[in-house]
Write a protein that binds this ligand. Structure first.
Ligand code: P61
Length: 462
């Protein structure tokens, strides 16, 4: 295995002080937060690994571009700049900005659902995508390869679609009932795992065979392209932009939360290959939901920053360092015996808490328990991606069991140093050493929807 990690291809020009709290303070802070790190104040967090969404550092080119924002309500110059960049990257005909990924989802997805009993199929839907599929009256079905759930063993593309399962689902549900096939690249929920070009080509063939629309949920499409370059034969000498373009050629619609690979703090978009009718529908509905089609909930300066950020995110030296940071943290944990989703993906290290704390059952949220312990140890804030986030079966009211119980250590872009990651690794390793003392959690307050954001929990003493 290559153990070399590249130094950042940037230097630091502005700093944001962060402060370390004491363990006793953190015990009190976590208790007040209802044992749910979402309720902590960010000031009480030393290293914040809750998400890579909108938390990255902008370049000086982006900060300079902010000054060029044209805040016109209609026909903003900044929109046309943004549109040009997105068209150049995707090769698509139409571009509509949205305030973030879920804004794009709420406008675009319902336009594909034209009757009851329809389905979207994805390698793995992200939770907001699933929520918007369901709000549109459809159902979300996942068909990722089984290797994805085997966290220990290497597979270069754990985000791949299970092609046999995909064909099977389409036949079982009826092709006329499939609203679309969504390529989630990278596959966030199971580890930021990439999808290979070969797999996407096969998915496209299946979609064409049945005449089904293909969509990209491409919050991290540039990171996916970098993995293709590193791991897939025939792509070694292609540029990231060329690889990304090959993916765009396989789809009809691109939905993006540009808070990730747009290297900006806010933003989203809908891009459409050539379907004028679909574009007109989205353009109509963006108005009441997000705003006029040339701003879609963004300011002119947001669109300026994005126009620069989208291109910077395709730069190879940036991507190499970005993925090296994730690999660095993953290697440190793996070397110490901590079970992680291996290999590491694009934006985070996912710790396998079914293996970390096997004595805690899924309905007492093992990954949440580990996350809390990591916060107590060093003021590091991870996020649970497991049964706590999954919620309850709407019909039976029972807690659903997630196939994976993960603690995500999500690395913001261009924000932390390798030394910060050492602190994170040391904290997780320390908690791992004392893992037998971890206890499960029960509800003090459980909200009826998206409970993980605002629930209050209590530790269940043995
Ligand atoms: C994240 F705790 N992701 O990973 P928006 N598609 C994909 C995403 O990863 C994604 C969106 C669409 C987040 C933010 C987040 O329960 C949570 O711009 C592949 O966030 O609307 C977002 O994009 C939606 C964190 C979202 C959460 C929901 O951290």
């Amino acid at each position: 295995m290559d153990k070399k990690y590249v130094a950042p291809p940037y230097r630091i020009k502005m700093v944001e002080p962060i402060k370390m709290t004491t363990k006793n303070e953190r015990i009190e802070l976590l208790k007040n937060a209802g044992y749910n790190p979402f309720s902590l104040r960010s000031e009480d967090v030393y290293i914040d690994l809750l998400t890579d969404s909108g938390t990255g550092a902008m370049s000086h080119f982006q900060w300079a571009a902010l000054m060029m924002g044209d805040e016109a309500y209609a026909g903003s110059r900044s929109f046309y700049k943004f549109e040009k960049v997105v068209k150049d990257i995707t090769g698509y005909d139409y571009v509509i900005p949205a305030h973030q990924g879920r804004g794009a989802e709420q406008v675009a997805l319902p336009q594909l659902v034209n009757k009851e009993g329809m389905f979207f199929i994805s390698n793995m839907h992200f939770d907001t995508t699933r929520a918007h599929v369901e709000l549109a009256g459809a159902r979300a079905l996942d068909c990722v390869i089984k290797e994805c759930f085997d966290t220990e063993n290497y597979h270069p593309f754990k985000g791949n679609f299970d092609l046999i399962e995909l064909d099977h689902i389409i036949n079982a549900k009826g092709k006329e009932n499939i609203a679309g096939i969504i390529f989630t690249i990278t596959n966030n929920s199971a580890g930021g795992q990439p999808v290979s070009m070969e797999n996407l080509r096969e998915v496209k063939k299946i979609a064409d065979k049945y005449g089904i629309t293909t969509l990209i949920d491409g919050a991290r499409y540039a990171e996916n392209a970098y993995f293709v370059k590193q791991r897939e034969k025939g792509y070694e000498n292609k540029t990231i932009k060329e690889i990304a373009r090959e993916v765009f050629d396989l789809a009809d619609i691109f939905l993006m939360s540009s808070k990730k690979d747009g290297l900006s703090n806010i933003g989203g978009l809908i891009a459409i290959k050539n379907d004028t009718d679909f574009y007109n529908k989205c353009r109509t509905y963006i108005v009441p939901m997000e705003g006029f089609p040339t701003y879609g909930g963004l300011t002119g300066r947001d669109m300026e920053a994005l126009s620069v950020g989208l291109l910077e995110a395709l730069e190879e030296d940036y991507l190499e360092h970005r993925l090296d940071q994730v690999r660095y943290l993953g290697d440190k944990l793996r070397d110490a015996g901590v079970p992680i989703q291996y290999p590491t993906g694009g934006h985070a290290v996912f710790v396998d808490c079914k293996k970390f704390a096997p004595h805690i059952p899924y309905y007492e949220f093992p990954a949440q328990s580990v996350s809390n312990a990591v916060y107590l140890e060093a003021g590091v804030r991870p996020v649970e991606i497991g049964s706590f986030l999954l919620g309850r079966d709407p019909d039976t009211g029972k807690n659903l069991e997630s196939p994976l119980e993960l603690m995500r250590l999500t690395i913001p872009r261009r924000t932390y140093t390798y030394k910060h990651l050492d602190v994170v690794a040391e904290a997780v390793i320390e908690v791992y050493k004392n893992r037998k003392s971890l206890v499960g959690l029960g509800f003090d307050y459980e909200p009826p929807v998206l409970r993980h954001f605002t629930a209050r929990l209590i530790p269940l003493t043995k």
